[in-house]
Design a protein around this ligand. Structure first.
Ligand code: GLU
Length: 326
């Protein structure tokens, strides 16, 4: 017995030396998680910030430290989450569908079976804007013009290609397609180096505020044949650009287009307690979360469980069951 006590005391002593505290209040190690977002003038970046802000408030309780990274967008985020370089990513709902089913950029790699959905967030619209002096008044005028369709790794690149194809335009032959990041596009447009650009984003966004506030006048261009796109692709829905958000644009009526949803994804490899904590904090603080960006105005808790293609992560599902959302 005495020997046992000596051994026990030695262990306690070793722990005090090692952790600097007695075993009863040994702190769990901080878990660092990073959210992949998009360009800083998009809505993903502030969205990552909004989630991180809410989660980091409970840092002592969960031991989670959440940070945000600006990235090339949806496709980059899926790949980084699958590679374990990021724990979470914000991803367009169409890109989530394609990654889960092994389509588009994932055609060769196959279905991304470790991908898990957590919740969906704000609606995003495929937004096309053009410089008035370029003579682009309607979609078919894009022909022969220099148009930014988006960087590889972005969500919008495939949306731009789909919009062009639905209107009989081939992005390799009929336009001069540029592959710049959305954060650079407004500057390129204002400098006269491109005539128009596509960006799939929530509204209002810094990118379109910047694009419509310069000396070169800019208008949003309607996307025709949306019905065709919506019936061909299960993940597209009709939408419009609320032009009152951009008083600098020359449009006076809302502009019809199509859209998707921003969604929050992770990997099955990320521990359930981490996903549970983030889900719980966002949903338990839903009203304050909603105030963090005007694009969240339309959100309801129920709508945040719609538009997801990959299975729910068990950590998120646990929370939804607890509160009766599932
Ligand atoms: N939808 C864009 C993408 O997936 C990003 C939009 C944003 O950053 O708000 O690349």
């Amino acid at each position: 017995m005495k020997k046992f006590l000596h051994v026990l005391m030695a262990i306690v002593f070793a722990m005090v030396v090692f952790y600097g505290t007695a075993p009863s209040d040994v702190q769990a190690k901080t878990i660092f998680v990073t959210i992949g977002t998009g360009g800083i003038t998009g809505v993903y970046y502030p969205t990552g910030g909004a989630i991180a802000k809410i989660v980091n408030k409970k840092r002592k309780q969960y031991g989670i430290r959440c940070t945000v990274e600006s990235t090339g967008g949806s496709v980059f985020n899926v790949n980084a989450v699958m590679a374990g370089d990021l724990e979470f990513g914000i991803v367009q709902s169409d890109r989530q569908y394609q990654a889960w089913n092994g389509l588009a950029e994932w055609k060769d790699k196959g279905p991304q079976k470790d991908l898990r959905a957590v919740f969906s967030i704000h609606p995003e619209s495929v937004t096309l804007c053009a410089a008035v002096d370029s003579g682009i008044k309607k979609f078919s005028d894009l022909k022969g013009h220099r148009v930014n369709i988006g960087n590889p790794g972005s969500g919008q690149r495939q949306n731009s290609i789909d919009a062009l194809e639905a209107n009989g335009l081939n992005y390799k032959k009929d336009i001069i397609a540029e592959s710049a990041k959305a954060s650079e596009a407004p500057g390129l447009l204002q400098d006269g180096r491109i005539d128009a650009f596509f960006y799939t984003v929530g509204h209002p966004s810094g990118a379109f505020k910047e694009a419509t506030a310069g000396a070169r006048k800019v208008s949003f261009i309607a996307i025709p044949n949306v019905d065709k796109l919506v019936s061909k692709f299960p993940y597209y829905a009709k939408s419009y650009i609320p032009v009152k958000l951009y008083p600098g644009a020359v449009n006076d009526k809302n502009v019809p287009t199509f859209g998707v949803k921003a969604t929050f994804v992770t990997s099955i490899k990320v521990p359930a307690k981490v996903v549970y904590a983030i889900t719980k904090e966002v949903f338990d603080n839903f009203e304050s979360f909603k105030k963090l960006h005007p694009a969240y105005q339309v959100l309801t808790k129920k709508s945040m469980l719609e538009g997801l293609s990959a299975p729910l992560h068990p950590g998120a599902l646990k929370y939804y069951k607890e509160v009766g959302l599932k």
